[in-house]
Ligand binder design. Sequence first.
Ligand code: MG
Ligand code: MG
Length: 401
Amino acid sequence: MVQITQVRLTPVNTPRHGSITCGHVLVELHTDDEQLVGVGEMSDFQHLPRYHVDVADLEGTLNELLVGLDALAITEVEARLERNFPQAGYIYDKSRTIKCGVDVAMWDLAAKRLGVRVVDLLGGPVRDSVPIAYPVFRQQREDDVERNLAMVARRVAEGFDHFRVYVGRRLDLDEAFLRAARDRFGDAITLKSLDFSNLLDPRAACRFVDRVADVGFDLVESPAPHHDLRGLAYARDRLPVPVSEHVYSFRWALDLAAADAVDVFNVSVIAIGGITPARRVFAIAEAAGKSCLVGTTQELSIGTAAAAHVAMATPSVTLPSDPVGPLLYTRDVVREPVSYVGGRLRVPDGPGLGMVLDPERVAACAGPLTWAATDAAAVVDRAPAAGPAPDGAAPAGVAGR
Ligand code: MG
Ligand code: MG
């Protein structure tokens, strides 16, 4: 038996290209086998409400909860986490972020203990890499349209052909971008989705979808306010394309299934609180006959690798997924990051998640969580924090989901 002897948390801050800086907390589960360390990541705390967790206090709590448990005790760890960090049923619930970091580290640890990859522990791969839809963050100013078109051109040159477009604030600019993108790139790009991020009432969202329907897109995401089950059902009935919505609690997953309100579940490991609870949501989706995609808050490589292993192992994940954090952030913390080849996400070989912390890279971005490089407006409206955003990378907030 190998036991957990210490939980170590390390806060880090990573800027996005031309945008805000996001705080994350790295999780290490140390054991009485020195060689055996599970790693996880509490990704992207830069969401409202605008406070950060007390990392030292949290580390004390996690040590109290986990030290002495077996390295394979995924179920017991999840039960203790769920008791102490209950679901708030809210997309920015910081308890979910905390729980996710530990749960992912636990899967990494258990897989390493057995000498297998996380995807193998999840039942084995149904695909060897994950098709990705690259995000086009919401147009906010007229010059965003041209900047985003240039970003798409660069990403097409890198092999991406699926894009997802955030819409719903400046509809005139959204329409200008969509038409220009179709004119310029033709069939070389597929628009996976228009993502309204719960900004509009369902009638207004549907009117906009009608207005740009001839541009061609596969999916409409979040075309109603948060938790508006009837609004989603209305949009799903009304629209000629499938509708997707984020799932961030078991209750919400059950409600969406019972009301038959969407076609597609957007399941992100971070928003639901880890791999273990994500599996429960995939089970609900499968039983309800729903397709899934794996969503994101925009993680560093550890969190992205967790999303990749889950997407590789889950048959119901039939749509392109969303995590591109390692392309958005200017820094990472591992020796060999995940990679994007031909528009598909790949993880390095190796046991567990295939991730090894690089102490120098960690040290380069380690520091207390801070809001110094982020104001509330930047998070809410995703306005570039300062200066140009050469990559079209908007700040976090709803846009990152
Ligand atoms: Mg985010
Ligand atoms: Mg979304």
